[in-house]
Design a protein around this ligand. Structure first.
Ligand code: ADP
Ligand code: MG
Length: 460
C-alpha cells in the first residue's frame, strides 16, 4: 500500500513510545515493551514477527484496549484508547470457543453483549458463518469440528462484529500446513474483494512465509524489551506466488533480519546471565552444525534452503540458530548461516572431544554457565540448590521463564559435563569423577539446602 500518500490522514492505530512493564512475584518491575512505535493505516495488512515471549500478545492486548500501557500514547482513529474498543476484534491461536454452545451461539455471543436484538443477531451470525465457509455447521458443537473449522468459528466471531480493525494473534499456528493455507487464502479473498468492512489487519506470526504471503509490510519485533526493530514493505500483488524469485528474495531478507541482532550478528555477544537461552538441545545444535558442514552447503547455508532441507518449523530453527550464534559455533549474515572455526572444529572432532569443545565455548560465551560453575567451584561440597539460581534469574526474567532458562542451562551443562543436576534433591553439582561409587550421594542428607521441584523432573 502507498502509505506516503496518507501522511495527512488519521491512522487506524497510532502507537508512540509505548511502554509496558509487569511486576514479578518478588515485586520487581520487568519491562516487556519499551519505545514501541507502530502505525496501522487504512487498507493495510501488517505482519509482526518476533520470538515468543517478546511481548507481541501484550502489544495486541494494548491495541485492543484490553490492557493499559504504562507509558506512551495509544490512539485508535485519532482518539486516546480508554478501554476495549468496539471497532477492534481479536482472533487468538487457541480458538477459545465455549464447548457447550453451538457454532451459531458462539458467534452470536459478542453481539449479545452489545445488546443487539435476537433477530439481528441471528442474521448477522448467519452472514459471518456463511462468509467464512461454515454454512451448514450452525448447530454443531465445537468438539464436532476439526481444528481448521474451529478456527473458522474464531474468525466468524470476529467478523460478526463487522470490525474496523482485526488483530490476529497467531491464528494459524495451531493448524496444519494445508488447513492454515486454505484459511489464509479465504481470509485474503474476503479482504482483497472487500467483502468485509475491515479497514486494517495486524497479524502476529512466527512463520515468515505466512507473513510474507499475507502482509503489505512485515515488522520484525525484538525482545527484552520488545520493540519494532525493522520493517520490510512487500509490494507484490496477492495472491502471491510463493515460488517466484521476488517472493523468495523477500523471504530471504526477512530471514536475514530475524537472525541478525544488529552488531551482535558480527560475532559473540556480551550476554548477561539473564539471557533467554534458546529452547533447544545440544544434540539439535550438533546435528545442525553437521548439516551445515555437509553437502550441499559445505559450511555456509542459505537459511530458507536449510529450512527446506531440515523440514523444521521456523521457530525451532531460530532457537537452533540462536544457540549456535551465542555459543560462537556459527554466524549469520545476509540470510546465510556459516560455521565459525569453532563450529568447524566441533564437527570434525570425535564424540568425546566434541563435548570438550562444547564446554569450552559454553564457559566462554554463556555468563550463566560461568556463574554456576564458579559458585559450584567455590562451595565446599561443590553443590548448590537450583532455587538459588532461579532467584538470581528472576532479576531478569519471570518465574516461568527463569525455570525454562535454567532447564536449558542444565541440559547444555550436563552434555558438556561442566556441571550436573540431581532431580531428586534439586541440587546442581560438579560432575562426579569416575571413582564415584553410586548416585545416592551424602549431600541429600545434609539438609542445609531446601529441595525444590525439578524444572523438568519426571513427576507431573
Ligand atoms: P509473546 O506473545 O511475544 O509470546 P507475551 O506478550 O505473551 O509475548 O509475553 C511477553 C512477556 O510478558 C512474557 O515474559 C510474559 O511472561 C510477560 N507477561 C505477559 N502478561 C503478563 C502478566 N499479565 N503479568 C506478568 N507478566 C506477563
Ligand atoms: Mg503471544
Amino acid at each position: 500500500m502507498n502509505t506516503s500518500a496518507l501522511a495527512s490522514t488519521t491512522y487506524l492505530l497510532d502507537l508512540a513510545n509505548v511502554k509496558k512493564s509487569f511486576r514479578t512475584p518478588d515485586r520487581k518491575e520487568r519491562t516487556v515493551l519499551e519505545g514501541v512505535d507502530f502505525r496501522l493505516a487504512e487498507g493495510e495488512i501488517v505482519a509482526l514477527l518476533g520470538k515468543s515471549g517478546s511481548g507481541k500478545s501484550t502489544l495486541l492486548r494494548i491495541m485492543a484496549g484490553l490492557t493499559r500501557a504504562n507509558g506512551g500514547q495509544v490512539l485508535y482513529r485519532g482518539e486516546e484508547m480508554t478501554g476495549p474498543a468496539r471497532g477492534i476484534s481479536m482472533v487468538f491461536q487457541s480458538f477459545a470457543l465455549f464447548p457447550w454452545l453451538t457454532v451459531q451461539e458462539n458467534v452470536e455471543l459478542g453481539l449479545e453483549a452489545l445488546g443487539v436484538d435476537a433477530i439481528e443477531r441471528e442474521e448477522r451470525a448467519q452472514d459471518a458463518i456463511e462468509m467464512i465457509g461454515l454454512g451448514g455447521f450452525e448447530s454443531a458443537y465445537p468438539k464436532e469440528l476439526s481444528g481448521g473449522m474451529r478456527q473458522r468459528v474464531g474468525f466468524a466471531r470476529a467478523l460478526v462484529m463487522r470490525p474496523d480493525v482485526m488483530l490476529l494473534d497467531e491464528p494459524f499456528s495451531a493448524l496444519d500446513v494445508l488447513t492454515s493455507e486454505t484459511l489464509r487464502a479465504d481470509l485474503l479473498e474476503l479482504w482483497d474483494e472487500r467483502r468485509i468492512p475491515t479497514k486494517g489487519i495486524l497479524l502476529v506470526s512466527h512463520n515468515i512465509e505466512e507473513a510474507v504471503s499475507m502482509a503489505d509490510r512485515v515488522l520484525v519485533f525484538s525482545s527484552d524489551p520488545g520493540r519494532v526493530r525493522a520493517e520490510i514493505p512487500i509490494n507484490l500483488p496477492r495472491p502471491r506466488d510463493t515460488e517466484s524469485a521476488a517472493f523468495r528474495q523477500i523471504v530471504d531478507e526477512v530471514y536475514g533480519l530475524m537472525t541478525s541482532h544488529g552488531r551482535q550478528a558480527a560475532g559473540i555477544d556480551q550476554l548477561t546471565i539473564g539471557y533467554r537461552l534458546p529452547a533447544t538441545t545440544p544434540s539439535k545444535l550438533v546435528e545442525m552444525l553437521e548439516t551445515i558442514a555437509d553437502q550441499p552447503f559445505d559450511g555456509r547455508a542459505d537459511l530458507p534452503a536449510l529450512a527446506e532441507v531440515t523440514e523444521l518449523p521456523d521457530d525451532a530453527l531460530f532457537h537452533i540458530y540462536d544457540g549456535l550464534r551465542v555459543l560462537g559455533f556459527a554466524r549469520l549474515a545476509e540470510g546465510d548461516i556459516f560455521l565459525t572455526p569453532g563450529g568447524r572444529a566441533l564437527v570434525d572432532a570425535e564424540n568425546d572431544h566434541r563435548k570438550a569443545i562444547f564446554a569450552e565455548h559454553l564457559l566462554q560465551t554463556i555468563p550463566l554457565a560461568t556463574h554456576i560453575k564458579r559458585v559450584l567451584d567455590e562451595r565446599p561440597k561443590h553443590n548448590a540448590p537450583e532455587e538459588r539460581f532461579l532467584q538470581e534469574l528472576q532479576d531478569y526474567l519471570t518465574g516461568d521463564e527463569a525455570e525454562r532458562v535454567l532447564e536449558v542451562m542444565v541440559d547444555w551443562g550436563r552434555y558438556a559435563e561442566v556441571f550436573d543436576y540431581d532431580y531428586n534433591s534439586g541440587m546442581l553439582h560438579l560432575p562426579e569423577d569416575d571413582e564415584d561409587d553410586g548416585d545416592d550421594d551424602s549431600m541429600e542428607r545434609s539438609g542445609d539446602d531446601g529441595h525444590v521441584q525439578g524444572a523438568d523432573s519426571p513427576s507431573p
